[in-house]
Design a protein. Sequence first.
Length: 277
Amino acid sequence: MTLQISPLSAALGAEATGVDLSGSVSDADQEALRQAISDNLVLVIRNQQLTSPEYLAAVRLFGETMEQQLSTFLLEDHPEIAVLDSSTSELDEDGNPFPVGSRAWHSDHTNHAEPPKMTALRAVQLPKSGGGDTGFANMHSAYDALPATRKTELNALQTVNKIEDKAYVSDEARAKFGALQSHPLIRTHPETGKKAIYLHPGKVERIEGMTPADSKDFVDDLMEEIIQPDVVYRHVWQPGDLTIWDNRAVLHIAHRGYDHTEQRLMHRVLIKGDRPH
């Protein structure tokens, strides 16, 4: 079995085949997988049939796992894993399941002082008739495409981030992770030095120097400006996919257009990061 890395789109994303993460992975293959994430920001590792301990061991090839705040959705025997199950989701007025967490483009856990550097998501059960795709947007490219005056404006801004006001966030998690956290809207990647737009619109309590209402309008306009087809890859999940992405440079979204009677079950793990700067 030989590891192969192939691009998935011009914007971002690559797939890895020819590797089995359930067993021992050579040092050379580990380095190649890590480099693939650095180069492509999103890596889809195909055909992985993993137990929960094997999944965690695979994720730890990329860094140390971290505690998640979705305390009511954690796997009992392996609390580093959050269970995102459409069969337990509420439905909107059109009969589509609300995903757990954000319903818009975002980076994960921006309300933490040290948000995750990466997120791993494993497809456990997919809707039989398709759908339930995940979109990814390259925030390095989005930033690079801005006019110089716009970059200067955004470089000076700080977001103030809150924990989501959702029923599935326990009082314990709210007490532990509820303190407001300030982060730069434009962060510098600690490994590459590249700049990226960095935010979770649903967790922006305000932008420093703006009212909450003005902040929301500003963020809404910014998101409309930066989410363009040439920076987006839409991932159509396959059974056995394990997808890992760089939260420091990528926004993602769960697309909800699938039959809610057909279960979409995903297991998520977060990898520790550092304070954005």
